[in-house]
Design a protein around this ligand. Sequence first.
Ligand code: FES
Length: 155
Amino acid sequence: MLDSVDIAARVEEILAAHSGTEGALLPILHSVQESFGYVPEEVLPQIAQHQNISKAEAYGVMTFYHDFRAKPAGTHVLKLCRAESCQTMGADRVAAHAKETLGLDWHETTPDGKITLEPIFCLGLCACGPSALVDGKVVGRLTEAKLDAIVKGMR
Ligand code: FES
């Protein structure tokens, strides 16, 4: 586990890699999340200073986009599409089943740290909805039974 000095040093490397790049805030946040699995709140002042914006602006951008996490995810990440096409194909039903089965709400992780449930908004797989992203792999035509099998494989 990295301590705050290690985290600050890694963020400095990321900031240096984006020096002189206009509109680098989102790429920086993506790089930070790629490095740590989430965006630690303690690095936002460092990023804000580098980008010459307020801490509130950095925080606002980070929390606006659902892809950025404020805390580490579980071992497995299950993202269920919440956009319109998937909703018309039964995504609400599957999402309710997932929440009940896992005992989670969106952005929560099971107590054993194994599964994080997150919403996602369109995977470009609308014709095969309801769609999901399971540890980065796209899954289509999701049903409650298919979801149960996926969850079983994660446990
Ligand atoms: S709406 Fe779900 S993949 Fe497009």
